[in-house]
Design a protein around this ligand. Structure first.
Ligand code: PMP
Length: 394
């Protein structure tokens, strides 16, 4: 029903089921970027002529749109970045590096693991990992133990696992962390495409956002920094646009958000991202959630009928991604065959090698849906999987 809003589905005959990797972009998102490049392309916050002012205004309106979308309290709390990877690296190096302990979960994406290793942290040595149970659920008791043993820790946890679709209860996690004086950053890469997030309700201290996983352009993201931390976070990169005054001896920086946004930003991308958020508002999270739940359940029912399928978690507290293998078959082989049948899904470790190792596997076949997917996409997937299974068995 919503595919008509996306040119991609007009131009492509692929069954797109790789939404956790990136989502498709609605017409408005693409056209707003073309409009910027073709009719008022100028830099922001610098020159003072008509088009430059328009670019600055649209750029700052995009900040306001994101602020309102996630219910942040001030525009200054929204800092644009290249995406979640940059947001996490920024906070890791400009704020969290001085914390004695960083606590992550078992389901983290490499973007929330590798930056901590780069600080010479390893398991038990400045880095702690909250266990998950057999259903990949976050172990709250273990988390509390870690918080007790490591006062004033920095907690960096994903909201929704890209690999298994598992949703962490970030409100509960944050409440508990704050009880032990920990500071909380959430990797929200997979959040906004599926569910509303409200910074006041969740009370998180940092929240990392990815535009390209939220129907917006690639190379754009943001980090929400709760107002009380703005002064404690150092500038991660500096240069043009971040400064108040410079001479050959020293420089003084502007306040947030400008002090954190060095160099010319992805202006078209940021304007396009705001259009993606406006699009979500028009569709409505109530609709997105209803459709996704229905299609996700259908996907699960149909997959469950396939012989020798192996899941790693049930559907409870899951959204978007369903990961599985077929006993005795290599996930890569299945991926190659369904690709030939025009099914776009991802096979592999999904940038989550540690949890794959814990499960004793190299990777999975991952189907990740969005609200524009429908039963017919699932039916085509199942036909392709059946054919692939037959070919691999023969
Ligand atoms: N965390 C998670 C859970 C993700 O799914 C991804 C993207 N696969 C990232 C972080 C990295 O996001 P970005 O592409 O915006 O850097």
């Amino acid at each position: 029903m919503f595919k008509k809003d996306f040119k991609y589905f007009e131009n492509s005959d692929i069954v797109y089921l790789d939404n956790a990797a990136t989502t498709q972009k609605p017409v408005d998102v693409v056209s707003s970027q073309i409009e910027y490049y073709e009719s008022y392309c100028s830099n922001t916050h610098r020159s003072n002529f008509g088009d430059a002012n328009k670019a600055t205004q649209n750029f700052e309106n995009a900040r306001k749109t994101l602020k309102e979308f996630i219910n942040a309290s001030k525009n200054e709390e929204i800092i644009f970045t290249k995406g979640v990877t940059e947001s996490i690296n920024f906070i890791a190096s400009a704020y969290a590096k001085d914390f004695k302990t960083v606590i992550i979960s078992s389901l983290e994406h490499h973007s929330n693991i590798v930056p901590w290793h780069m600080q010479n942290r390893s398991l038990g040595n400045g880095l702690e990992v909250v266990k998950c149970d057999n259903n990949l659920d976050f172990d709250m008791h273990h988390f509390e133990e870690l918080l007790k043993q490591n006062p004033k820790a920095f907690v960096s946890i994903t909201h929704i696992s890209n690999a298994f679709g598992k949703i962490h209860n970030i409100q509960e996690i944050t409440q508990l962390a704050h009880k032990y004086n920990a500071v909380v950053m959430i990797d929200g890469a997979q959040s906004l495409a599926h569910t509303r997030v409200d910074m006041q309700e969740l009370d998180v201290d940092f929240f990392a956002i990815s535009a390209h996983k939220t129907f917006g352009p690639t190379g754009v993201g943001a980090i929400y920094i709760k107002e009380e931390y703005l002064k404690d976070v150092n500038a991660y990169q500096t240069g043009g646009a971040t400064i108040n005054e410079v001479d050959f001896n020293s420089s003084t920086l502007l306040d947030s958000p400008y002090k954190f946004e060095a160099g010319t930003q992805n202006i078209a991308g940021i304007i396009g991202f705001a259009k993606a958020l406006e699009y979500i508002n028009r569709v409505g999270y109530e609709n997105i959630e209803l459709i996704e739940k229905d299609v996700f359940n259908y996907l699960n029912e149909e997959l469950s009928k396939l012989p020798n399928i192996q899941f790693y978690n049930d559907l409870e507290n899951c959204v978007g991604s369903r990961s599985f293998n077929f006993k005795g078959l290599i996930h890569d082989d299945v991926g190659i065959l369904v690709d030939k049948m025009k099914i776009a899904l991802r096979v592999g470790h999904h940038c989550a090698q540690p949890i794959m190792k814990q499960l004793g596997i190299k990777g999975t076949i991952r189907v990740s849906i969005s609200f524009y997917n429908d039963y017919s996409d699932v039916d085509k997937l199942i036909i392709a999987l059946k054919k692939a299974l037959k070919m691999l068995e023969d």
